[in-house]
Design a binder for this molecule. Structure first.
Ligand code: HEC
Length: 245
């Protein structure tokens, strides 16, 4: 019994980061994050600065750190920074005045530095591709993963606006899926999804920059362990050679 209880606690803890995701029944799509793909991370950083940093800050992320970690040239880094006066020591801030966010959206846009850690990559990716048309909300859009979200669909011109598929159960209509936009956006579905994967990857990196280093060291650590095992094996053979057993 003890063991079973322990087992359930471990399962519970493992499930905890997904607690929010479980609140909507939408199956999450695989974000396919590859932290080794620095070009993807850089593209994600550009999208973040162009389309997200107007409302969201990421106050624990310095530009200089992004430059170092992604191996950017000065020119590439300068392209990420909001103005010519920005310095590598600056963090990602929004220039939205204090209460404006809350007044406009009902909720202040949260800082996104650690969101990927709280929500998980698949949740963020699925959230970003799951806005759909809903005339009953203030912005005319809703989100399948985050029902009644206060964020407008800021990339609607690129994705288009997906159409909801409802099933009526008694008096209630339930969202059962999303269909391709009636009016397409400026990007193909494939390109848009790739762009959101890059953006998700950047957010995953931002939530834990050290993971990038771990990712880089990983192959070396494995190679070391392999060689070490081999040496130990040869040593063992050597030691036991003269011993009759
Ligand atoms: C026009 C302002 C605005 C822009 C631009 C914007 N957001 Fe938001 N976002 C919001 C608001 C407001 C919320 C809070 C919604 C709520 O809690 O109902 C939010 C919430 C979120 C959340 C949910 C966070 C959580 O854990 O609850 C994520 C993730 C997010 N935004 C990502 C993005 C990304 C990525 C971009 C860039 C493509 C972006 N946002 C652009 C206003 C914005």
């Amino acid at each position: 019994m003890m063991r079973f209880t322990f087992f359930m606690i471990v399962i519970g803890l493992l499930g905890a980061p997904n607690a929010k995701a479980a609140s909507s029944d939408v199956p999450l799509e695989d974000a396919q994050v590859d932290l080794g793909d620095k070009a993807s991370l850089y593209r994600g950083a550009q999208t973040f600065m162009d389309s997200c940093a107007t409302c969201h800050s990421a106050k624990m992320m310095r530009f200089g750190r992004i430059g170092e970690d992604l191996g950017l040239t000065e020119e590439q880094l300068a392209k990420l920074m909001p103005t010519e006066l920005s310095k590598p020591g600056d963090v990602i801030e929004t220039n939205m005045p204090g209460d404006y966010g809350e007044e406009t959206f009902g909720v202040a846009p949260p800082d996104l530095t650690l969101t990927a850690r709280a929500q998980g990559a698949d949740w963020i990716y699925t959230y970003l591709i799951s806005f759909y048309e809903d005339p009953d909300t203030p912005w005319g859009v809703n989100n399948a993963v985050f029902p009644l979200v206060g964020m407008p669909h800021v990339l609607a011109s690129e994705q288009g606006l997906k159409q909801p598929v409802y099933e009526t159960k008694g008096d209630e209509k339930e969202l059962v899926g999303l269909e391709s936009p009636e009016r397409a956006g400026s990007m193909s579905e494939e390109d848009f999804e790739q762009k959101m994967r890059d953006l998700t990857a950047f957010m995953v990196y931002m939530a834990e920059p050290a993971a990038l280093k771990r990712h880089q060291y990983g192959p070396y650590v494995l190679a070391f362990l392999f060689i070490f095992t081999l040496i130990m094996f040869l040593l063992k053979k050597e030691y036991w050679r003269d011993i009759k057993h």
